[in-house]
Design a protein around this ligand. Structure first.
Ligand SMILES: NC(=O)C1=CN([C@@H]2O[C@H](COP(=O)(O)OP(=O)(O)OC[C@H]3O[C@@H](n4cnc5c(N)ncnc54)[C@H](OP(=O)(O)O)[C@@H]3O)[C@@H](O)[C@H]2O)[C@@H](O)CC1
Ligand SMILES: Nc1ncnc2c1ncn2[C@@H]1O[C@H](COP(=O)(O)OP(=O)(O)O)[C@@H](O)[C@H]1O
Ligand SMILES: [K+]
Length: 553
């Protein structure tokens, strides 16, 4: 897992490295930061020798990194044009020292320094220099950015974006692209008519830990390729668990929690999954959840649909055992007892409800009765969440065995947060909800955020693509999540949710490689799941046969 830090967490890490027991001189961290950009950039631009490079330096420490980069690029054989927005008194001591050194190297041929000093800039000259250069380094603003970009930053960023759009200029951002909020991924100028949008980079070299703003849109779209460098931070600081942490999931994390099937296992070992959902208008959603469960390795799958829906479902997913419940085309409170009896006699290990369930008033009482009358894990998606709008207090006592998988609009209905507030900070809102209502939450989107009921730690999923933006994709995930929830060896429901979300996205990526970004279907994604698990199996721990399996039919 990779830590996903906020600006405040980064400041704390920097301060602890410099002023705590490690006592690293501030100028050394800045030197290492500048060096990281030069080193990672070298491979990216195909060597610095003979390149003309414009370096834009703001008046904070991000600008200080820019002074180091300029000096090191001169050594690497580049010509540098350095634009300096701060006055000497604006800079930290370490940035000032690096500027002093750079000034000693200034000349009219290889190291051209331009001080703004409050003077109006010759925008025409800046544009010409950018047009004649091969690379521009964005050291304007880093983690200290807030609000919207102001002049002259906004003008400079607009010029860089315009020149880079012609395709002749590579843009490298230092730590984070200027105008991207490090905590949320929100960007400058959103919703405003003014030309004060963020900078678009081809490469971002970020320091110490990934910033949350680099993985959430729209910030993610500004970052280009992302390279992380430790810049010599002591390893205990790099690995320390932050207060209120968030992590980016990695393939290895998933391989570590999944356990291969025991060679002596049988269908009873791999979970008895009940998909209790559907209604006559949306039987396909129920069948897709079944497909997701089967393709994720479920031992047995039962499908329970309203009576009038059963005729359509029988034989469509031939592995599933289908039965029509009650008398109508949607579930009502009267149907709950049959489901609860089934759960007891068939020993269901997990229940999934929601896809295609419908939002009839009577269905709410049904969903509540099933939750209250069972003790197994339950995955709640789509209409199961919609019917529970306003029922947050009801959910809380059952939260630790629930996995809720809303998309943004469902989460807005359930939580009462506005869509705009969730979009502005999905991770923050997901955590806020879990802190209050103690459920395992999968907030689906690009990217999906998973929050643990037990720890409130957040996990961000890196897999998936826009080809998955089509109806039914979430239904597949519902079935997968139910199946993963009862995979042998998975330590808790949050790990199961993380694994399901990661594998679902990776299966989508497999389909993207196969078909491109248009037209692969939710069923294609489900059918690609075994291939993804096979890939993960190469890195899984081998199973240990410690005790005989209990025999079950
Ligand atoms: N030891 C360390 O700490 C290390 C730090 N490192 C580097 O330092 C960076 C963080 O440095 P930082 O904290 O100085 O903030 P930084 O991003 O340079 O910006 C601050 C300036 O921005 C200005 N400003 C803000 N918003 C604005 C807006 N909308 N429009 C216009 N201006 C705006 C703000 O002005 P103000 O709004 O306060 O008037 C202030 O002057 C970090 O990303 C990394 O690169 C590395 O060297 C490793 C060691
Ligand atoms: N642009 C995207 N990038 C990554 N994943 C995506 C993207 N669009 C959709 N997805 C994924 O596809 C699924 C869509 O789920 P959902 O909106 O519930 O669909 P439905 O309700 O139609 O089944 C989610 O898991 C989501 O994360
Ligand atoms: K920057």
């Amino acid at each position: 897992m990779q830590k996903l830090n906020t600006a405040a967490q980064m400041r704390h890490m920097d301060q602890t490295a410099m002023h705590g027991i490690y006592a690293i001189a501030p100028a050394i961290l800045m030197e290492n930061a500048g060096h990281a950009v030069v080193e990672k950039g070298d491979a990216f631009v195909g060597g610095w020798g003979g390149k003309d490079v414009v370096i834009l330096c703001g008046k904070g420490n991000n600008g200080g990194d820019g002074f180091v980069i300029a000096r090191q690029l001169l050594t690497a054989g580049a010509r540098v044009y350095v634009y300096i927005l701060g006055q000497p008194e604006d800079y930290s001591e370490e940035a000032c020292d690096h500027l002093t050194t750079l000034r000693q190297l200034a000349d009219e041929d290889l190291c051209i320094l331009e001080f703004f000093q409050g003077r109006p800039c010759d925008w025409g000259l800046l544009t010409k220099r950018l047009e004649a250069s091969q690379v521009v380094i964005d050291a304007l603003l880093g983690t200290g950015f807030h609000g919207d970009l102001r002049e002259p930053m906004s003008r400079i960023v607009a010029i860089v974006n315009a020149v880079a759009a012609t395709g002749s200029l590579q843009v490298i951002a230092v730590d984070i692209p200027t105008g991207v909020n490090a905590d949320t991924g929100a960007v400058s100028g959103a919703g405003s008519d003014e030309e004060n949008g963020p900078l678009f980079a081809d490469l971002t070299v970020t320091f110490g830990a990934l910033k949350r703003g680099l993985v959430f849109y729209p910030g993610r779209a500004c970052a280009g390729q992302i390279e992380l460098d430790a810049i010599g931070m002591p390893w205990p600081l790099l690995q320390a668990q932050e207060a209120d942490p968030a992590y980016l999931l990695m393939e290895q994390d998933i391989a570590e929690v999944l356990v291969p099937r025991r060679p002596d296992s049988h269908k009873g070992t791999h979970g008895t999954i009940a998909i209790v959902t559907g209604s006559s208008d949306m039987a396909g959603a129920a069948l897709m959840a079944v497909r997701g469960a089967i393709r994720s390795g479920a031992g047995k799958v039962f499908l329970r649909v309203p009576k009038e829906t059963a005729g359509y479902c029988i034989g469509k997913e031939i592995e599933a055992m289908v039965h029509g419940v009650g008398t109508g085309d949607h579930f009502t409170a009267a149907d709950a007892e049959e489901i609860l009896a089934d759960c007891r006699t068939k020993r269901w290990s997990v229940i999934a409800m929601g896809p295609g369930l419908g939002v009839h008033e009577e269905t709410k009482a049904f969903v509540k009765a099933v939750i209250a009358g069972t003790t197994c894990p339950i995955v709640l998606d789509a209409d199961a969440l919609n019917v529970l709008t306003g029922e947050r207090e009801f959910l809380a006592p059952y939260g630790s065995r629930l996995i809720l998988t809303p998309h943004l609009a469902e989460f807005s209905r359930l939580s009462g947060f506005s869509m705009a507030d969730i979009e502005a900070d999905p991770l923050g809102k997901a955590k806020e909800f879990v802190r209050q209502w103690h459920v395992n939450l999968v907030l689906k989107g690009a990217p999906t955020v998973i929050v643990s009921a037990k720890t409130c730690h957040a996990y961000v999923n890196p897999t998936g693509n826009a080809g998955m933006a089509c109806g039914g994709m979430g239904d597949i995930l519902t079935g997968m999540t139910a199946s993963f929830a009862v995979h042998a060896g998975l330590p808790d429901l949050c790990s199961a949710a993380c694994a399901a979300v990661y594998v679902h996205g990776a299966a989508g990526d497999y389909c993207h490689d196969e078909y491109g970004s248009y037209g692969f279907s939710p069923v294609d994604v489900a059918d690609a799941v075994p291939r993804v698990i096979r890939r993960l199996e190469e890195n899984m721990e081998r199973p240990v046969l410690q005790r005989p399996l209990v025999t079950e039919d």
